[in-house]
Design a binder for this molecule. Structure first.
Ligand code: CU
Length: 146
């Protein structure tokens, strides 16, 4: 009798654990934005996306209440000239961590509604093909900070 109850409890626990882990295929970390410079209405946002799931996913779009537009960009330096290109869908494979960082992939945040100051927190909504919408909080960092 006791054994039957224990077994039932274990089954229930494992079912609960499974339900809790299922939506967390993507882990977003190190979310930050650059403080804006004076009245310049443009800045950048960065984060890491880790795919702990078993299927490919894609970052389709980014939005924030702090600005009218946000796009995924990639920077490249060719012959000393830095260029940027829009990335329509950023793919994250199972087991892969995609890192957005200064000089490479970044979120271009355009038409800021107000200047961003260091120490503020700004929500970003990331929309993925499989995981759906994930809201994260970006810490605004000063210009000199990495
Ligand atoms: Cu850009």
């Amino acid at each position: 009798m006791i054994r039957a109850i224990l077994t039932a409890c274990c089954l229930l626990l494992s079912a609960l654990t499974y339900a809790g882990e299922a939506p967390k295929a993507l882990v977003i970390s190190d979310v930050w934005m650059r403080a804006s410079l004076g009245q310049v209405p443009t800045t950048t946002a960065y984060f890491k996306i880790e795919n702990r799931g078993s299927a490919d996913d894609k970052l389709l779009s980014v939005s924030t209440p702090a600005a009218a537009m946000a796009h995924v960009h990639n920077s490249a330096t060719t012959n000393g000239v830095m260029t940027m290109a829009a990335v329509p869908a950023l793919s994250i494979k199972p087991g892969q961590t995609v890192e957005l960082s200064p000089g490479g992939l970044h979120i271009m945040v355009m038409n800021l509604k107000a200047p961003l100051k260091a120490g503020e927190t700004v929500p970003l909504t990331l929309k993925f093909e499989r995981a759906g919408e994930i809201v994260v909080q970006a810490e605004v960092r000063g210009l000199g900070k990495p």
